[in-house]
Design a protein around this ligand. Structure first.
Ligand SMILES: [Zn+2]
Length: 555
């Protein structure tokens, strides 16, 4: 059990952090003994626990008492390195010049950013940044695109876990890993352009012609497109007048059949726009007219029925729900009317969002949001692979968006070849396997058709995730699984030190994978940073009563 000492103003972020690092903890009570005390900032503590962790990015009374040498001013915007992984630090950070420890190294100064002090079987660890202020920054402001590739929040959890188990304390947690799988793969599709026939003499049609005729040539020379696909695009451009005359098939239509065929039973989520010709609002007045879609969900009534029958989910591709809860309510109602489903999730068109959006989307009545990601790159805006509760929301959960096709291939964004895209996505699949959580992909409705023809990369990505034991779920199912995990309760028996049970209430849906209870073995401080593969045991958490776990018995 971890006892946490933190400023009451930080209690909301502490609670959310321990939903993501799901292990027994509580705010420190004077009458209780703890294996681990986690002290943030200037909090006073009684150092009787086996391990005391002091996180602070500035010099504290604790450092003064011990006459620890620290720089006069804390650093800002630094990065530390843990087991070869960079962890960006967005708030204050300090180093400890007199200390030799290599547990955590500040990147620029190459000085020690965390050290351990051992005495009488107890360990004191001083870490030179403020954990909860970092978590707050990640879950609110998020990371700049330059740091997108770093799952910073997962790295903070991994480092804390390593400190605990490396200081001879056994640890029990419910990892963000569904039973029987390695991670959750969420395939999603923003439906922006379901028919080219709806675009006559407009920006989209001319853009298509330019990219199909000239852009394809450039992509061929850059190794981004095969000659066969170049000819497919030229043929599509020649066909366009006949599509408009109704004499040829609309090659942007039937996106539903293409995805159902390609995904073969891996149920995906389609976010559809509620009303046609509405650009909605931007942060400073009306959004650009280009944001308006030429269709409304009503036009796709047949497609919506077909997708539902195939087990796919249909969500709202929101126009104003990020800014206005009553308009958001109308948008959600339109999707409810067409799907007959009451629980509707949201992803905003053009990923419009601000700091208040989580509470606005919640007030509109959405089941979840899946907007937090980047337009211009791929990676971890909130630093996490996991579904989390934005601090501004009371119930709403966020399924972060990690990979968008347009970010990979648009010339103004990453402009990758299919081969380079694979190289960029490989480490993201590795991260999903290493840390659990989800890998959320957005492949747009028209991305399999001319002139994009991005199906090859998508097919390879799905294949790779299948071979790495992903659970393919709709966005709503992923949210339900994380809600189930959040509802799990640890029961610690204070009379029997180290005995932990975990329970989860039944009724989250039979189709959801089970939860795992993971028992990490304790190790010596000298082993911090050298993880072997067999240092934990997993077991299933039952829906009603889980087996009692006695870490002492599992040595
Ligand atoms: Zn969109």
């Amino acid at each position: 059990m971890i006892g946490v000492i933190a400023d009451p103003a930080e209690h909301d972020v502490v609670r959310e952090f321990f939903e993501l690092f799901k292990t027994p903890w509580e705010f420190c009570r004077k009458d209780r003994q703890y294996d681990v005390l986690l002290c943030a900032g200037e909090g006073q503590f009684d150092a009787t626990a086996k391990l005391v962790l002091v996180y602070a990015g500035r010099k504290t009374r604790f450092d003064e008492q011990r006459k620890i040498q620290t720089p006069r001013q804390p650093m800002h915007g630094s990065a530390v390195s843990f087991r070869g992984n960079r962890i960006p630090i967005y708030g204050d950070a300090i180093t400890f010049s007199g200390k030799e420890s290599s547990v955590l190294i500040e990147e620029d100064s190459e000085e020690c950013a965390a050290y351990l002090e051992e005495s009488n079987d107890r360990v004191l660890a001083r870490i030179g940044y403020d954990l909860f202020s970092e978590v707050r920054t990640l879950l609110t402001v998020g990371q700049p695109a330059a740091n997108a590739s770093m799952p910073a929040l997962e790295l903070h959890i991994a480092f804390l876990r390593e400190l605990i188990t490396g200081c001879r304390v056994r640890l029990v947690e419910i990892p963000p890993v569904p039973g029987g799988c390695q991670f959750v793969a969420c395939l999603t599709h923003d439906v922006d352009h379901p028919a080219i026939r709806q675009h006559q003499w407009d920006h989209t049609m001319f853009g298509f012609l330019y990219r199909a005729v000239f852009g394809s040539l450039r992509r061929l020379f850059r190794g981004q497109m095969s000659a066969q696909n170049l000819f497919r695009n030229w043929a599509a451009a020649l066909q366009l007048p006949f599509v408009h005359l109704g004499l040829a098939k609309d090659f942007w239509g039937e996106f539903d059949d293409r995805y159902l065929e390609l995904e073969k039973g891996a149920r995906s989520t389609f976010f559809v726009i509620p009303f046609r010709n509405q650009a909605g609002s931007g942060s400073h007045g009306p959004a650009p007219a280009l944001r308006a879609a030429r269709y409304g969900a009503q036009d796709l009534a047949g497609t919506i029925r077909k997708l539902a029958t195939a087990g796919c989910e249909v969500g709202l591709h929101g126009i104003d729900v990020w800014l206005d809860s009553s308009k958001g309510h109308e948008e959600l109602e339109e999707i409810r009317r067409l799907t007959g489903v009451s629980e509707i999730g949201v992803r905003m068109h053009w990923l419009y969002y601000n700091q208040q959006s989580a509470s606005t989307v919640e007030a509109a009545g959405a089941a979840y949001d899946s907007t937090i990601g980047y337009n211009e790159t791929v990676g971890y805006r909130a630093g996490t692979t996991q579904v989390y509760k934005p601090l501004a929301a009371s119930q709403l959960l966020e399924l972060p968006l990690h990979v968008m096709d347009t970010a990979l291939f648009y010339p103004s964004y990453l402009n990758l070849t299919p081969h380079r895209a694979k190289v960029v996505l490989g480490p993201m699949i590795d991260n999903a396997v290493r840390y659990g959580g989800t890998l959320t992909i957005n492949w747009h409705d028209r991305s399999l058709a001319p002139e994009r023809l991005w199906g090859g990369c998508y097919r390879d990505l799905i294949q790779e995730m299948k071979s790495r034991d992903a659970w393919f779920s709709t966005a709503g199912q992923a949210i339900s699984w994380f809600r189930k995990r959040r509802s799990a309760i640890f029961e610690t028996d204070s009379m029997q030190v180290g005995k932990v049970r975990a329970q989860v209430a039944a009724g989250h849906g039979d189709y959801l994978p089970t939860l795992r209870l993971r028992v990490h073995r304790s190790r010596n401080p000298s082993q911090i940073g050298c993880r072997s593969s067999d240092d934990y045991v997993d077991m299933e958490v039952e829906e009603t009563n889980s087996p009692a776990v006695t870490p002492e018995a599992r040595r």
